[in-house]
Design a protein around this ligand. Structure first.
Ligand SMILES: C[S@@+](CC[C@H](N)C(=O)[O-])C[C@H]1O[C@@H](n2cnc3c(N)ncnc32)[C@H](O)[C@@H]1O
Length: 205
């Protein structure tokens, strides 16, 4: 998807997101944040969206969220203010392809349901790896294409509608592997029905 298409799509999604896709994808988001809460230090959430994860981060973490959609970010900022989330130190409008953070700045970099949406996933993976400290972790949650079966056919059917639905239904797992310095240390399916995958990649020390 081009950036303009992302912004248009998420302008429409923003008012209904929390009650639609946001609800379906809740289990993966919760499990991922619970995993992050066992870690320490600075967290960067790429494509933070309406901020559905923000109130779940443990207070000992320092959380930064970025996104390109003003409409989604307005919702995230409202949650931070309403819930007094003092450990969320920054919510910024920023393109994940060109992060303005220094190399190795974060202990954990996470993208939940984002990587199949961004215009240039290879560049985003490269940027996520760059801003992660050596020995830190890059986490991805998303839906990846199946190779065969009814669902694979459905994914291919919806693929041309990416600009309308807001993500690529036929996005291959291989697209998030192979970023410089990252090695996969865990991969598991998450509900509902194992529709999503939780992937942990560690940055070389
Ligand atoms: C499906 S939503 C996921 C939101 C949130 N992570 C969640 O789990 O609910 C995808 C988000 O990725 C954002 N996004 C897409 N391309 C981006 C980019 N290049 N840089 C930053 N955010 C981007 C969209 O604006 C949207 O908010």
């Amino acid at each position: 998807m081009e950036l303009a298409a992302v912004k248009t799509s998420y302008r429409y999604w923003a008012p209904v997101y929390d009650f639609t896709f946001g609800r379906i994808s809740q289990a993966g988001r919760r499990r991922t944040v619970d995993y992050i809460n066992r870690r320490a230090g600075r967290v960067l959430e790429i494509g933070v969206g309406t901020g559905l994860s923000l109130d779940r981060y443990a207070p000992h973490l320092e959380v930064t969220g970025i996104d390109v959609s003003t409409d989604m970010l307005d919702k995230a900022r409202a949650k931070v203010a309403e819930k007094h989330l003092t450990n969320v130190v920054r919510i910024s409008e920023m393109d994940a392809r060109a992060l303005t953070f220094p190399d190795g700045h974060f202990d954990t970099v996470v993208a939940m349901h984002v990587i199949s949406v961004v215009p240039d996933p290879d560049k985003v993976m490269e940027e996520m790896a760059r801003v992660c400290r050596p020995g830190g972790e890059v986490l991805i949650v998303g839906h990846f294409a199946r190779e065969r079966g009814f669902l694979a056919a459905l994914e291919r059917l919806f693929a041309p509608l990416a600009d309308v639905i807001g993500w690529h239904s036929d996005f291959a797992l291989s697209r998030v592997l192979g970023a410089p310095g990252l090695s996969v240390t865990a991969s598991r399916p998450v509900p509902p029905f194992g529709l999503f995958t939780f992937l942990v990649q560690r940055k070389d020390a």
